[in-house]
Design a protein. Structure first.
Lengths: 311, 313
């Protein structure tokens, strides 16, 4: 909002919104007012000065909007015509509709009262802009958790997390040392050393409800010694399904030049994870090296085929 | 600059305060800021009308007396100008604040905040305390919502470059039927002109931005269109039976509609919309999952395994 705050049209929009806002918040501090409207105090001062000259035709003191703001607190009088807030535009209504749907899906079913309220509000908002199209929002993965984990991977510091284990359907508190991001075609995971399990575990990002700097510090050097080996380099060749490969492996650098037959180097701490990636990519991605892993793919696939064909 | 904004505010007040239509000449005479030659004033007024309309303010054009062919008059109806959401309670306002808050840092942050500003001018105090403590967030996207929101409200087709499965870029023309988020991704669902069917587009696979289709004609959204069903492909679910190792393959286990203990393994039934995705998921689980039913899923998995062997052998 602040980006174009000085364009005449934005200024008009702001002044029209200022009148009802001031009417509902008489005596508000200029500083707070500027903050709430996302402009500087001097911009707000300029708006108020302009508004002070506006009013009904005739423009006698009787018809002009009566503002007082020189003491640092703003009050308004004589602005009945603009007293009611303007209706919402399409973008604003859609923003609220999507937001409401998100809140709705985040509410527990017991709050039926609120769900009913949201449905009523949505109906009215849709009516306001005559919307036919459908909107649906689901809670996204909390961006702050993602960035906390990314920071922790970079700095080698441990985290306290609250984790919802799908399998046990239980919520547990854990102290982890995140090592790397991993993802399959469906979800994002963080591969980490878990203090409680005294071993390495994979945590699905959308199941982490909370992450904060760990009270107990896990030593990064000690943990890294426990990993079978440091991150290993894997060389792959992409044969088809370029988009899927790009989204799965998240190549660094410019991946606009991807083409079939291209070779890429990626690194991972776990051979197990790499094997799963190659498997789930079907035959669209080939593992070139290390040789031993390549041979493993073959023997694993053969063993699995035997399972299918044996019975 | 402030002259113009002052004139526009004055014009809004004048048009809003009048009960009858007022003519252009009345406006030029009484509203402050219209100066210069008749042509200049005329041009100013035309631009001002457009500007107010761009702000979403509806200016009504009519005449004084239907019996006479009078000069056209103008006014803004207070009912169309003012926000009318009927009775809003403090709790309603609290919910709307949460809804606006969900956009923090994401695409419609600005619009959400200005909507909230207006709602807080109604004179109702927002009641957040009665709501459960939560801060759901919408994920951000590189697509600007401006074109998209006008398109879906005015039902105008949009066009964009879409990255196909082989990374080639194709121009698509789509009648937007809905927008949704799922698993942290934004999706546009609509009627694809070239494919002549409903298709789903993931925002991060759109190269560049979305724009209005130049030859776009307004369209109707079919009454039976169901966004949620469309996204989950619920109208064409496939069912397969799998054996999964005990204590393993939790993602598959979670999807199961039925679990049966068969000794070393658990036998599960799962329903899914997309066989290609399901093949990947089964392969992901390696020797922890085996398709039992004789269907496309099994064929797909076995074929992929053969290909893996021949590729790496």
């Amino acid at each position: 909002m602040a980006k174009n705050s000085t364009s005449p049209l934005n200024k008009v929009a702001r002044m029209l919104d200022l009148v009802p806002y001031l009417h509902a918040h008489q005596g508000i501090a200029l500083e707070t007012l500027a903050q709430n409207f996302g402009v500087t105090e001097s911009e707000m001062n300029a708006d108020l000065t302009t508004l002070w000259m506006c009013g009904l035709p005739g423009y006698t003191p009787l018809e002009l909007i009566d503002l007082s703001f020189d003491s640092g607190f703003v009050t308004i009088r004589n602005a009945q015509t603009l007293e009611n807030p303007r209706s919402l535009n399409k973008e604003e209504a859609i923003a609220l509709l999507l937001g409401l749907d998100l809140v709705r899906s985040a509410l527990s079913v017991e709050r039926e009262d609120l769900i009913t309220k949201i449905d009523l509000l949505s109906q009215r908002l849709r009516g306001l802009i005559g919307l036919q199209a459908q909107l649906k929002a689901e809670p996204a993965i909390d961006g702050s958790i993602r960035s906390t984990i990314t920071r922790s991977i970079a700095s080698g510091t441990s985290l306290d997390i609250r984790y919802h284990s799908l399998y046990a359907d239980r919520i547990s508190q854990r102290t982890i040392l995140p090592i790397e991001w991993q993802n399959d075609a469906f979800h994002e995971y963080v591969f980490a050393y878990c203090d409680q399990a005294q071993s390495f575990r994979t945590f699905r990002l959308d199941r982490i409800q909370y992450a904060n700097e760990g009270v107990k510090k896990l030593k990064a050097e000690k943990v890294s010694q426990m990993i079978e080996s440091p991150a290993r380099a894997y060389r792959i060749r992409i044969h088809s399904h370029l988009r899927a490969a790009r989204e799965l492996f998240e190549f660094e650098g410019d991946d606009k030049e991807l083409h079939t037959g291209i070779e890429k180097e990626i690194s991972s701490f776990t051979a197990e994870w790499m094997r799963r990636m190659i498997f789930s990519a079907g035959a669209s991605v080939e593992l070139l090296s290390p040789e031993a892993e390549r041979a493993d793919i073959v023997s694993n696939a053969r063993a699995l085929l035997a399972l299918y064909e044996g019975k | 600059m402030s002259r113009k904004s002052e004139r526009l505010v004055n014009l809004t007040i004048a048009l809003l305060a009048t009960k009858r239509f007022i003519t252009k000449s009345e406006i030029f005479r009484t509203v402050e800021g219209y100066e210069g030659s008749p042509e200049t004033k005329e041009r100013m007024f035309e631009r001002d009308k457009d500007d107010l309309r761009n702000l979403g303010i509806e200016i009504e054009v009519g005449s004084f007396d239907p019996l006479f062919d009078d000069e056209a008059g103008y006014r803004i109806r207070p009912e169309s100008y003012a926000l009318n959401l009927a009775d809003i309670s403090g709790e309603d306002l609290g919910l709307l604040s949460l809804a606006a808050e969900a956009w923090r840092g994401a695409a419609l942050d600005g619009a959400a905040q200005s909507a909230l500003l207006r709602l807080s001018s109604i004179g109702v105090v927002s009641d957040i305390d009665s709501l459960p403590a939560m801060t759901p967030r919408l994920s951000s996207s590189h697509i600007s919502f401006e074109t998209l929101t006008t398109s879906i409200t005015s039902r105008i087709p949009v066009t964009f470059n879409y990255i196909a499965a082989d990374l080639s870029i194709e121009v698509r023309i789509v009648d937007p039927y809905g927008i949704a988020t799922r698993n942290g991704h934004w999706y546009l669902v609509g009627f694809d002109h070239k494919r002549e069917g409903i298709r789903i587009f993931r925002f991060d696979r759109i190269d560049g931005d979305i724009s209005k289709a130049s030859k776009g004609k307004s369209y109707e959204i079919p009454k039976d269109f169901d966004l949620v069903a469309q996204l989950s492909g619920a109208d064409s679910l496939l069912t397969s039976h799998l054996d999964i190792r005990k204590g393993k393959a939790h993602v598959l286990r979670h999807m199961a509609t039925k679990v049966e203990d068969v000794g070393e393994w658990d036998r599960i039934s799962i329903s899914y919309p997309d066989v290609e995705r399901m093949i990947k998921l089964v392969l992901w689980h390696g020797s922890d999952a085996k398709v039992i039913s004789d269907d496309g899923l099994r064929t797909g998995v076995v074929q992929a395994l053969h290909e893996l062997v021949s590729l790496h052998g």
